[in-house]
Design a protein around this ligand. Structure first.
Ligand code: FMN
Length: 191
């Protein structure tokens, strides 16, 4: 049997009353149809991370282990002031190696822009971290109207078609990059 690919889903919001919970619930249900992926949900609130940039802090190491184990990622990101959240940037910047040579997909949400401005900025960040961002993203505008607290999507629009496209691309890149990293460790940062 083929080995499962490990996909980490990362919460992009730590705000009290966050809509992110609904979006992650929706995503979890949709991912249940992808038996080739083992899903790990990573919520920064489940870690007592220090306020300082301390990658060797025990809680940061616990988070790093989870990121290292992942073969690919889906970031669930809202848009805050035309960008993404400070909590997500803090998590991303804590480590470099866990992102290297891995694919990153996005499920985004917000007001009229549906969170896409946050995604465009994240693409720049992940280029610096030697990661590959997936072209298609799933975007929800006004998710507080479209998703109920259990993550049930009332008005799917083209979300399911976009999700299927994103997952096809993510699967291709995850398989390709697992094979590439097995063949030889990522060497892009060698002096
Ligand atoms: C500080 C802040 C800034 C925001 N800025 C934007 C914005 O620039 N564009 C947008 O479409 N929505 C913006 N929003 C709306 C959020 O995308 C929306 O409230 C979303 O639900 C936030 O995610 P969360 O509830 O999971 O924290 C902002 C919300 C907050 C709290």
């Amino acid at each position: 049997m083929q080995k499962l690919m490990r996909l980490a889903v990362i919460y992009g919001s730590t705000r009290e009353g966050r809509i992110c919970d609904r979006v992650v619930k929706w995503l979890r249900k949709e991912l249940a149809g992808f038996a080739q992926f083992e899903i790990d949900i990573i919520d920064p609130l489940a870690f007592s991370l220090p306020a300082q940039h301390l990658p060797h802090h025990p809680e940061a190491r616990r988070l790093a282990d989870r990121l290292h184990r992942a073969d690919g990622f889906i970031l669930v990101t809202p848009e805050y002031n035309h960008s993404f959240t400070a909590s997500l940037k803090f998590l991303i910047d804590l480590f470099a190696e866990p992102w290297h040579g891995k694919p990153i997909a996005f499920v985004c949400y917000g007001g009229v822009s549906g969170g896409l401005r946050a995604v465009e900025q994240l693409r720049l960040v992940f280029a610096e971290l030697h990661a590959v961002t997936i072209c298609d993203a799933v975007s929800f505008s006004s998710p507080w109207r479209r998703l109920d607290p259990e993550g049930l999507l009332q008005d799917p629009g083209d979300a399911l078609r976009r999700f299927a496209r994103m997952m096809r691309q993510l699967q291709w890149w995850t398989e390709a990059l697992i094979a590439a990293r097995c063949d030889r460790p990522y060497a892009g940062i060698a002096a």
